[in-house]
Design a protein around this ligand. Structure first.
Ligand code: FAD
Ligand code: NAD
Length: 469
């Protein structure tokens, strides 16, 4: 067996792992990054953020060409779908971006090690690739960044043919006629939107009595109305008990959560999107005595260190918001901590975006949480229907809502449904990061005509002085 020594061995080449590896190398460490997928970028680049956003963009173009361009005076002959070309474009974007990460690791002199890593001692990672000999890496510190995987659902076996996870739903060879999505969370609504736009009749079955749990209640209710109007059907407070695939499709048995008669749903395709579980398979953490919580998330302290000295963890595998940018920020922070610096992540200002159309974006607390915490707050709201740029663009669904502390006016949460909400939210994130107030946002000059003006107006509305409503 060959043997190498590193200051840091990172297991997992996703947004948490590769960013930590690069930052640690920048800070002078000798770093190896172990990845078993055959490509860098993790879930995010290979089967998550990037391919889903590529299909959302392409399917949005298809929808626009079919239904919206005529209103702008742009006439098209009949619009047809070339699904194979759409998928090929998505694959090309993914391939180019994963190659980009390869380049970045090389540029920063991070050693890339292909294969599955296991932590065989607190200072040793053993890597197996195919049938070849295991390679032993000695490490001053080890970072677990192995991410997450689709959560399974009892009674519903994913075969990635008729019953698929998000990974299968990103590579379908044809548009399903009837599609049932289990789970009205981020994946269900994004991928449900892709296939609805391309022609599927989509029914979303959700256990809870509303969509997008955890978000501000008003946003959840309005987004449900908007998606229903677009043609997405919702079966809320409903559980799936079994799903039986056959040659002709899938037969699902569903029942109301609060009791009542069962019902049978037929679908050509079922997407299971009920959340993700931490992925630690084959890592040997039990053997090493690394503590995990009862859901399997690796437990860490404020320095991202596990209970085993020298073994750290970040990203989806430690839980919290399962988002690429949260994993990346933790990657930077842990590398800086290892270098003796003050690495830190502000969990109060991590934005969340749902890339439907319109988009949903949120940072900080929603009204329900503020009430629960007994915080007195003021609300400022501004609809995109009163924003000139949104009207010019014929894209005026949604609103901006600013929630500010009643005593000091500090911004506590901003929630947006609207065009480019995922970009607009960044202004609110910056304001909150600096501890800014609604008054700060209201007094900041915003270019006209711009979607950003809706944020300024919502901030002015906190004090009852919006101009355009
Ligand atoms: P991962 O990206 O999961 O990377 C972990 C890597 O570790 C994987 O490549 C895996 O192969 C490797 N690995 C695991 N075990 C081993 C081992 N033993 N040895 C070697 N390698 C190993 N987040 C957003 O912020 N925005 C989005 O738009 C978004 N869209 C998404 C869409 C979908 C369909 C999905 C599924 C997720 C999406 N996410 C999105 C979530 C995002 O992908 C994750 O939060 C992010 O990838 C987590 O990063 P990570 O580095 O912790 O783990
Ligand atoms: P999610 O947690 O967002 O939503 C899961 C939904 O399934 C919830 O509404 C939940 O109530 C419901 N559910 C759970 N069990 C159920 C059952 N038995 N029957 C019916 N419904 C059930 O999870 P997801 O959509 O699978 O996404 C997983 C993770 O990936 C999320 O945490 C998210 O952070 C990340 N992600 C992010 C983005 C983005 O940032 N745009 C996109 C996709 C995924």
């Amino acid at each position: 067996m060959s043997e190498d020594s590193f200051d840091l061995v990172v297991i997992g080449g996703g947004p948490g792992g590769y960013v930590a590896a690069i930052r640690a190398a920048q800070l002078g460490m000798n770093v190896a990054c172990v990845e078993k997928r055959g490509a860098l970028g993790g879930t995010c680049l290979n089967v998550g953020c990037i391919p889903s956003k590529a299909l959302l963009q392409s399917s949005h173009h298809y929808q626009t060409a079919n239904h919206e361009l005529a209103a702008h005076g742009v006439k098209t002959a009949s619009v047809t779908l070339d699904l194979a070309a759409m998928m090929a474009r998505k694959d090309k974007v993914v391939a180019e971006l994963t190659k980009g990460i390869e380049f970045l690791l090389k540029k920063n002199k991070v050693s890339r090690v292909d294969g599955a890593g296991a932590v065989t001692a607190a200072d040793t990672v053993t890597v197996k690739a195919g049938k070849g000999k295991a390679r032993v890496l000695k490490a001053e510190n080890i970072l677990i960044a192995t991410g997450s995987d689709t959560a399974p659902l009892a009674g519903v076996k994913i075969d990635e043919k008729r019953i698929v996870s998000s990974t299968g739903a990103l590579s379908l060879a044809k548009v399903p006629k009837d599609m049932v999505v289990i789970g009205a969370g981020v994946i269900g609504l994004e991928l449900g939107s892709v296939w609805r736009r391309l022609g599927s009749k989509v029914t979303v079955v959700e256990f809870l009595d509303g969509i997008l749990p955890g978000m501000d209640g008003e946003v959840r209710a309005q987004m449900r109305r908007i998606l229903s109007r677009q043609g997405m059907a919702f079966k809320l407070s409903t559980k799936v008990t079994t799903a039986r695939p056959s040659k002709s499709g899938v037969s699902l048995t569903v029942a109301p959560v609060n009791g009542g008669p069962e019902e049978t749903l037929k679908a050509d395709l079922v997407l299971v999107a009920i959340g993700r579980r931490p992925y630690t398979d084959g890592l040997g953490l039990d053997r090493l005595g690394v503590e995990m919580d009862k859901r399997g998330f690796v437990k860490v302290d404020e320095d991202f260190q596990t209970n085993v000295a020298g073994v750290f963890a970040i990203g989806d595998v430690i839980g919290g918001a399962m988002l690429a940018h949260k994993a990346e920020d933790e990657g930077v922070a842990v590398a800086e901590i290892l270098a003796g610096q003050a690495g830190h992540v502000n969990y109060e200002t991590i934005p969340g975006v749902v890339y439907t159309h319109p988009e949903v974006a949120s940072v900080g607390l929603g009204e329900e949480k503020l009430k629960e915490d007994g915080v007195a707050y003021n609300v400022g709201k501004f609809p995109f229907s009163a924003n000139s740029r949104a009207r010019v663009n014929a894209d005026a669904d949604g609103f901006v809502k600013v929630l500010a502390d009643a005593a000091g006016d500090r911004v506590l949460g901003v929630h947006i449904i609207g065009p480019a909400a995922g970009e607009l939210i960044q202004e609110a994130v910056s304001v909150m990061e600096f501890g800014g107030s609604a008054e700060d946002m209201a007094r900041t000059c915003h270019a006209h005509p711009g979607l950003y003006e809706a944020l300024k107006e919502a901030a002015m509305a906190v004090d009852g002085r919006a101009i355009h409503i």
